[in-house]
Design a protein around this ligand. Sequence first.
Ligand SMILES: C[S@@+](CC[C@H](N)C(=O)[O-])C[C@H]1O[C@@H](n2cnc3c(N)ncnc32)[C@H](O)[C@@H]1O
Length: 367
Amino acid sequence: MKSKRKSKGPVTASKLDKNASIDFDSPALKKLRETGGIKKEYSRTSSIIQEFHNLNKRLAIIRKKRQFHKSSHQNSSKSTAIDQSVFSDELIEEKEILKKLELLGGLNEYQKASILGQSKLRGGDTSRWMVKVLLKLRNKISTRANENPGNKTNSAISAPILNEKLKLLDVGCLDPFNYKKEFSWIDPVCIDLNSQHHKIIKMDFLSVPISSLSPQLPAYNADNYNSDSETQSPNDEESCAGPFDIVSLSLVVNFEGDIIKRGEMLRHSKRLLNPNGYLFLVLPLPCINNSRYFDHSRLLQIASHLNFTTVEFHHSNKLAYYLFQLDSLAPDSPTTKPSSTNSNSNLAFPKKQLHNKKNMNNFSIVI
Ligand SMILES: C[S@@+](CC[C@H](N)C(=O)[O-])C[C@H]1O[C@@H](n2cnc3c(N)ncnc32)[C@H](O)[C@@H]1O
């Protein structure tokens, strides 16, 4: 008689323990990443991600409003009953959003959904596109350098790409082995607000110092609901300091709900890069092709304002990939200060309506 084996069922994100950190070597996760889970889980993971982004965005807006009201209240001598009720409404809304985020499983559950999103069936990990472009670039530049050995302009522009090892800052890293196949020529430093592996440093990108000698920089400190700087050791900070040859912001800028901080992320990438270094930026495609306030040319204008030129871009069905190179010889554009208020007036690229079609989203980056 045949023994009946109990089916273990498909491996899905819901079977992963909500609070446990991820074991990257586990057969379950391996299978999950190779197969992409089962179809019905697709809609579940994308709705977790979508809901998480919406709540995060709302949280950033409400916190900004509270900060604004707090500072204008401090500057005025009187506080009216209306002020008080606005304060308490905003406080209640902030608490409600935090509760909803908690019910959703917090950043941990979001990250697990994102790991599913990296699976091969769903287009794979975005680093593959960048590696392909870098290899192409390396070949092209080394051929050019061999043909014109005395050309100084060529060698200045190509400097980082011909380095034996490229130091890469992988921001929002969910898997420290993304570049495993390239470890001989890419040396990744991995960070995330919520580390899922001991090789990923728990750190806010905006706090990454320009060099190990620079004082703790940040123009902004993340006040994201789950940031917890107590678990960070000084060694972590030292190993995570600029300059870098590449900064990777793959699906990280859209995670940030505050449009000014999004711009600050691009500006901070520039500060952290070696001369002629690279910025790898990935955004969900709807940020580029379905937003009232943002599009491909706006992104290129912002990049150019920061002295980035476009090496290559690619729009897949779901994602928009960009590899920018810092033009270290270009004169700096007039700087604009990041504003802590909602004011658009001191920005070079403020929030401005560019398109107006039904069902568009409101994604934007301001600088
Ligand atoms: C959608 S996941 C992106 C994962 C991966 N980079 C990819 O391309 O699939 C976004 C990640 O960015 C992280 N993140 C967002 N803002 C960050 C910041 N300021 N500093 C460090 N990590 C950040 C989040 O914690 C989250 O794990």
